[in-house]
Design a protein around this ligand. Structure first.
Ligand code: PRX
Length: 659
């Protein structure tokens, strides 16, 4: 394993937690945090058992806490049984929460609708009954391809209610991506919408599902349920297609939750890795929900009167843990937003925080960075022009937040009184792992600070030795935790190889470079593998390369990330064509064709920002593409490295000129 960790700016500014927040926080002060950490260190099993018993509602209480007999395929609470939808909804019935607003939905055009917990349970039960009536049962797999909506949450919860395993595909992914996931997961049911509306544009969803299912290999899909969102025209297959509003018609508003074992897969979510095909990260039921709920309580200090808003789409893990599951289990009111931060103008987030009196706001650095520029250019859309006094906590997720963006967020959105909670975690970890706690942790801009109680994070070298403070290395987690990935769906070997390589002594290898400072704070330094982070979206370089070489014009392609002020990283593709090297307008035209092609193959988020054509790629004599040098070329920097081992050093100059 090699690491290309670059030294990063280590901040010296420290921001203390606000005294009023600290005095009332669920975890209060460093002493409160340390007490939990000590409890977890002393006896991890007793710690997880206590949390499991106190925070989940069990149908069959567990006796065993961790089954490590087949590590790294850990099981938590293996003999316990429960239902996840009951733990998010039914648990609140008969309590004051039942009449609280569960979801405040704001549509792209600004229309607002609300459902209480009681109403949400009815909606989930009706859909679950409809799905059951169609013959689906525990263990079946459903692909969900829906816009941000109350119905998306209902669809996920309805599956959970029946023990049907869902796999949500982000609405921005192409039909090809849907197809891959439907096939890999062996889906028999698809739940979708006619279209989604974002930024004033209507984007077809059902038609993309039809295209995907026509690609072959999806014959197992018996039914497609379509929610009518936009009133768009859609294709119709009478034997397969059903309208959402038809199937729920006449269904009972009560649906007994199906009891499942603690480790029954709740969902499979595909994420990019170093190899070509995204992998299906399989999550458990009990352990996953426990940690989503605990992190709501600890990281976001969730209280019953909070209005929580996580801006992530349910197509990503953040939208699973902090839209569909964690906030509902915690019983807070939450905002669900269909649109984009810049429509109708860049004040959309601030207007919504003001209108819905949001108290906990959670978004991605890329959104912050794009809004900084727009806000600073126009006082009318600046957060200072809005009443954001309802906020008490502001969070960040998905990519490193640079200190400048952090400080702007803190001063302008949080008005210098709300801690910025920079949460490090991954699809595979299920929920937060390293993060400040709002009533505990002195903050340093750009650092995700300290691990949560029970999370044994460390920075090690390639032999698994812990490195000195101030030195870079690999981020590992040395003990199992309840929300950890259980396996890669259908590929247990890949799971072991990727996350538990032999040199890491049985520890979970996160795939990120990190460094700890003298105070033990963690600073994440980006991926150590060929994974890019574009606007907080995870993409494999191989995935984009495979899409490019699938085009008939392309002989070879290499993809690298280039640092970008707004999107974190931007994709730069170096392409060798089958024909002669194109010039001028022809090159621009071909680059555009290839960008559109990648959007069709994967989705618009994977479009290369830049495509450079060359006669060849820089290769070692053994034929290995030197991506390290391509990264330098992509940044527009001069090559200072030794290039004598290259087969064709002259190619670097050609690619540098090809801008
Ligand atoms: O590189 C890290 C980065 O995002 C990766 C995980 O991506 P994904 O599985 O899509 O999950 C994103 C939402 C949790 C990590 O390996 N990352 C995530 N959060 C942070 C981060 N990098 C730095 N700081 C963070 N707070």
């Amino acid at each position: 394993m090699t690491t290309e960790i670059e030294s990063i700016l280590v901040e010296n500014r420290v921001f203390s937690p606000p005294a009023d927040l600290m005095s009332q926080a669920n975890v209060s002060g460093m002493r409160g945090y340390k007490a939990l950490c000590d409890e977890a260190d002393r006896d991890p099993e007793a710690f997880w058992a206590r949390l499991g018993r106190e925070n989940l509602v069990w149908d069959t209480p567990f006796n065993q806490v961790i089954d490590a007999s087949n590590a790294p395929f850990y099981r938590f609470f293996p003999d316990g049984e429960l239902n996840i939808s009951a733990n998010c909804l039914d648990r609140h019935m008969g309590t004051p929460v039942e009449n609280h607003t569960a979801l405040i939905f704001e549509a792209d055009d600004g229309q607002v609708s609300r459902v209480t917990y009681k109403e949400l349970l009815v909606r989930v039960s009706r859909l679950a009954n409809a799905i059951k009536a169609l013959g689906y049962a525990k263990g079946d797999r459903a692909v969900i391809y829906m816009p941000m909506s109350i119905e998306a949450v209902v669809a996920m919860q309805a599956c959970a209610r029946l023990g049907v395993i869902h796999s949500v595909v982000f609405g921005g992914f192409s039909s090809k991506s849907i197809h891959e996931r439907v096939v890999d997961v062996g889906a028999t049911l698809v739940i979708t919408a006619d279209a989604q509306i974002r930024g004033g544009r209507t984007i077809a969803l059902k038609n993309a599902v039809d295209e995907a299912l026509a690609m072959g290999g999806c014959e197992a899909v018996r039914k497609v349920i379509t929610y009518r969102r936009a009133g768009s025209d859609i294709g119709w297959h009478a034997d397969r297609d059903l309208w959402w509003h038809d199937v729920i018609q006449g269904q009972s508003d009560q649906c007994p939750p199906v009891t499942v074992e603690a480790d029954h897969p709740l969902f499979i979510l595909y994420t990019s890795g170093s190899t070509g095909k995204p992998k299906g990260v399989q999550h458990s039921s009990a352990g996953y929900l426990l940690w989503s709920l605990m992190t709501m309580k600890w990281t976001f200090d969730a209280k019953p009167d909070d209005v929580f808003w996580c801006t992530a789409d349910v197509g990503w893990v953040t939208g699973h843990s902090y839209v569909t599951y964690g906030p509902l289990a915690a019983g807070v009111t939450q905002v669900v937003f269909e649109g984009v931060p810049t429509y109708p103008d860049a004040a959309r987030f601030w207007k919504m925080i003001q209108a819905h009196k949001v108290s906990v706001f959670y978004t991605a650095p890329t959104a912050i960075r794009s809004l900084i520029k727009l806000s600073e250019a126009d006082p009318a859309v600046h957060p200072r022009s809005f009443d954001l006094s309802s906020l008490r906590i502001i969070g960040s997720v998905g990519e490193p937040i640079n200190p400048e963006a952090w400080v702007w967020y803190y001063n302008n959105v949080g008005a210098g009184r709300c801690p910025v909670i920079d949460t490090w975690w991954q699809t595979e970890t299920g929920a937060h792992m390293i993060t400040p706690l709002p009533g505990v942790t002195p903050l340093k801009p750009g650092s995700c600070t300290l691990p949560l109680p029970g999370i044994d994070a460390a920075v090690v070298d390639e032999t698994g030795q812990e490195v000195e403070r101030g030195k870079g290395g690999f981020l590992v987690i040395r003990k199992p935790w309840p929300a950890m990935i259980r396996t890669v769906w259908g590929d247990p070997e890949r799971f072991k190889k990727t996350y538990f390589p032999p040199e890491m002594k049985g520890w979970y290898l996160a795939g990120d470079g990190a460094q700890r400072d003298k105070d033990g704070y963690f600073w994440i330094m980006g991926r150590i593998d060929d994974v890019l982070n574009v606007s907080g979206h995870r993409l494999g370089t191989m995935e984009v390369e495979s899409a490019l070489v699938a085009h008939e014009m392309v002989a070879e392609a290499a993809v690298v990330g280039r640092p970008d002020e707004t999107t974190g990283e931007a994709i730069v593709a170096f392409v060798v064509l089958n024909g002669p090297l194109p010039q001028g307008d022809q090159a621009a035209d071909m680059a555009q064709q290839l960008r559109d092609w990648v959007a069709r193959e994967i989705g618009p988020i994977a479009k290369p920002r830049e495509i450079r054509f060359g006669e060849n790629l820089p290769k070692t004599r053994s034929g290995k593409i030197m991506r390290r040098l391509l990264r330098v070329v992509a940044k527009g920097e001069p090559i200072t490295q030794d290039v004598s081992t290259l087969e064709n050093p002259g190619i670097l100059e050609q690619l540098a000129q090809a801008c």
